[in-house]
Design a binder for this molecule. Sequence first.
Ligand SMILES: CSC[C@H]1O[C@H](OP(=O)(O)O)[C@H](O)[C@@H]1O
Ligand SMILES: Nc1ncnc2[nH]cnc12
Length: 307
Amino acid sequence: MSTTTYTDVKIGIIGGSGLYALDNLQVLGEVYPLTPWGHPSDKITICQTKEGTKVAFLPRHGKGHALTPSEVPARANIAALKHLGVRAIVAFSAVGSLREELVPGQFVLPTQIFDRTKGIRPSSFFEDGIVGHVGFADPFHEPLAELIADHADALVDSRVHRNRTLVCMEGPAFSTRAESHFYRMANCDVINMSVIPEAKLAREAEIAYQMVCMVTDYDCWRPHEAAVDVTTVMGTMEGNKNNAKRLCEAFFPDLERAVNTAQFRGKDFFAGVEGAAKIAVQSAPEKVTAEAAERIKYILPQYKYTV
Ligand SMILES: CSC[C@H]1O[C@H](OP(=O)(O)O)[C@H](O)[C@@H]1O
Ligand SMILES: Nc1ncnc2[nH]cnc12
């Protein structure tokens, strides 16, 4: 494991089911930090693109897929990435399709989330001595989605869909047919078990976050068709995995430019993200405990929430 301390890795990639490494990049080292919320899912690999951009890669469920979606230490994952300097995260996820036209093998950049997790996942940095409520009406970062979509032609035999709703269920068992039909009625388009609380925590940590959903199956709403199982998901992920790596290689130069200049298409790339946690905290400074302030300093050292 590397003993180097990294503080300047500005791009984070979270890999989901079937995407456990970005083995097309040069590896500089590995880190496994102990954050105030524990260790991340696994070692974080610090990689370098051929243009010299540093990227932190973290497999959400750990290498070998040891953590269920409910067990993923999302707070430690996001905190560890932020502490490395990460300002933008592209998170990959295997998803089920709730729409005929979202075909397995294709990618979706959702704009909305419907949260159907059961409240058993720790989902905020602002608790236990500090109260904060970030805005989450638009849970993904639109300029980042646009930047990724610009490189859709890097995908082989596939395409990217935009402006869809992702429903996040608790799992680990897949949905019943009744639930799958219900999500379709509720205008949801794709389903996974991973985006919550990851997306909320990224917002609290003031990181631009976009999930790239890789369609693997049709869940279980189609009549007379076999319901989703892990073999189907992992089978489709074989092709999706290569497309995910090609997509990353294609967007890295633009993303590095956007992060370094804070500009994309003539606008502030971080609008709506940086400053989100500054205005979120409701606790009076004298009520914020020293322990809470110390914890938050790990991810947001620029703010002083206590006296
Ligand atoms: C293996 S199917 C269910 C599993 O797949 C997705 O994982 P990830 O988002 O990490 O790719 C889904 O959220 C479930 O965790
Ligand atoms: N059908 C499905 N439901 C929930 N999570 C998934 N991940 C991949 N396919 C899924």
